[in-house]
Design a protein around this ligand. Structure first.
Ligand code: G6P
Length: 365
């Protein structure tokens, strides 16, 4: 079937807008109506002593978020690595570990090589893929489709949030299998996860204000993204998205690491995008943000109503998102991060769907 832009200017815009629907589909597929997990029986974490998550690019940032989830929700040690490094250093693997490979295409050569490298060294090889017939899916013990539908834009959007959704469910399953979560807490976590697609619609409604901010961002030479906890990997992803399609140099940093180097870059010309839902670490993030503002940094704060009300003063701009269970905030905040990259690229007039030098699927190592 031919995939059309369906009235959108770019595939990327269409794919960003599709997220509430595809995520709801994935949640429906992997949970039952009465609010229980419905993952394949073969996804068994009993006896598994650690997970090793490996991927490239955007998928590797999904793994990075999932590390926080596996550790925090399931108490399971989680290692993450990018495939091209993992394969050629000598990773010390536990024979009782589960190796998880995340890939939209399922054909990324580095990820496939990493999978082949560990196949006989771990208890189970699981892949999280968008293309069920792909090499990575075929060569794993178990493949979990993310059900994002065809993704055409080279810069990954809906595949990222669907990867996160499936990884969140996997972390909950691990918690269940290890007796780390009682049925009541599990139901509550699933319910908050199920509310994410609806919240995403509210995030999508920020498209126009984001387009106006993007007019300014398009003039910048360097942009920093800051986040803490599971929002740190989202800062990395936000920076990657912006680099990929707008060609503006961007870096993602853990908010607390700012003072250990990147703060030297701060002046009035460097926008700093702070991804800060009101969570347990919010106050620390705010003080990092104030360090930026004290050096004339232009802060764009993304937070929920409570966070914006508390700290909105003195920022350059604020964007208010709906409140969300802090664990799942990276899934929701992916939407404004993608829209910021998208509108900045549009303002610069770059080729959004086919950025220079990049390929959708990289089949060379
Ligand atoms: C390429 C794409 C990226 C993608 C990465 C991994 O570099 O340009 O958008 O994140 O490959 O792709 P995969 O298909 O394995 O998720």
């Amino acid at each position: 079937t031919r995939i059309e832009k369906a009235g959108y200017k770019h595939f990327m815009a269409k794919e960003i807008a599709e997220q509430p629907v595809v995520i709801a589909d994935a949640l429906k597929h992997y949970t039952s109506a009465d609010g229980a997990l419905r993952l394949p029986e073969a996804l068994d974490f009993k006896g598994i002593d650690r997970v090793t998550l490996v991927a490239c690019g955007t998928a590797s940032y999904a793994c990075h978020v999932a590390k926080y989830w596996f550790e925090q929700i399931a108490g399971l040690p989680a290692d993450i690595d990018i495939a091209s490094e993992f394969r050629y250093r000598d990773p010390v693997l536990s024979p009782a570990s589960m190796a998880i490979f995340v890939s939209q295409s399922g054909e990324t050569a580095d990820t496939l090589a990493a999978l082949r490298h560990v196949r006989d060294k771990v208890a189970k090889v699981v892949s999280v893929i968008n293309v069920p017939t792909s090499s990575i899916a075929r060569e794993s013990d178990l493949a979990l489709p993310i059900l994002a539908g065809v993704e055409v834009g080279v810069a990954s959007t809906k595949a990222f949030t669907c990867q996160l959704t499936v990884l969140a469910l996997m972390a909950l399953k691990a918690a269940q299998d290890h007796g780390r979560i009682d049925p009541h807490a599990l139901a509550a976590k699933l319910q908050s996860l199920r509310s994410v697609p609806g919240l995403m619609n509210a995030a999508l409604a920020l498209s126009d204000p984001i387009a106006r901010v993007a007019e300014e961002l398009a003039k910048a030479q360097d942009i920093l993204f800051l986040g803490r906890g599971p929002m740190f990997p989202l800062a990395l992803e936000g920076a990657l998205k912006l680099k990929e399609i707008s060609y503006i140099h961007a870096e993602g940093y853990a908010s607390g690491e700012l003072k250990h180097g990147p703060i030297a870059l701060i002046d009035a010309a460097v926008p700093v995008i702070v991804l800060a839902p009101k969570d347990a670490l919010f106050d620390k993030t705010v003080s990092n943000m104030q360090e930026v503002m004290a050096r004339n940094g232009k802060v764009l704060l993304l937070s929920d109503a409570e966070g914006v009300a508390e700290t909105g003063k003195g920022t350059w701009k604020t964007l208010t998102l709906p409140g969300v269970e802090p664990l799942w905030a990276p899934i929701l905040y992916a939407v404004p991060a993608q829209l910021l990259a998208y509108h900045t690229a549009v303002a610069k007039g770059t080729d959004v769907d086919q950025p220079r030098n990049l390929a959708k699927s990289v089949t060379v190592e």
